[in-house]
Design a binder for this molecule. Structure first.
Ligand SMILES: [Zn+2]
Ligand SMILES: [Zn+2]
Length: 140
């Protein structure tokens, strides 16, 4: 099947940006290339692409759906403070204990809620953790 111009553009945007964009973000980028594109078209194409497995969709993470150009199996750690989604590449499902350890090793941070039944973990990212520490020091 041939993709429409809009769909190829949207796919490109999601794949080339490892930020797990929202539909609004994709729309802002798409408009730069294709000023006539509408947000409804962006939504429709994002959903069609995720239905086909061309891109990932993380439903309702911190409000709006996020889209993911990385379709290999991986976990996400979502920062509770800034909402950032961090990719954690893991080939196979892990135990809770192992996940916590991997997050600690990779980011030097604690995951607070680790639910192995979902691939979405909750914690605080390194930037927010550093900001939190600075605040505490200042209060002393
Ligand atoms: Zn953060
Ligand atoms: Zn991801």
């Amino acid at each position: 099947m041939r993709y429409s111009k809009q769909r190829s553009l949207i796919l490109d945007i999601v794949r080339s940006n490892p930020v797990h964009p929202t539909a609004e973000w994709v729309y802002e980028q798409a408009r730069k290339e294709m000023p006539s594109i509408g947000i409804a078209t962006v939504y429709r194409n994002l959903n069609a692409l995720s239905d086909k497995g061309e891109i990932g969709k993380i439903a309702g993470a911190g409000g709006a759906d996020r889209f993911d150009g990385n379709i290999s199996q991986h976990y996400h750690l979502q920062c509770k403070k800034c909402g950032r989604l961090i990719d954690l590449s893991m080939k196979t499902p892990q135990t809770e204990e192992k996940l916590r350890q991997m997050i600690k090793d990779a980011f030097a941070l604690e995951a607070e809620e680790v639910t192995v039944s979902t691939t979405l973990l909750s914690g605080v990212c390194e930037h927010c953790a550093a900001a939190g520490k600075a605040e505490k020091t200042m209060q002393k």
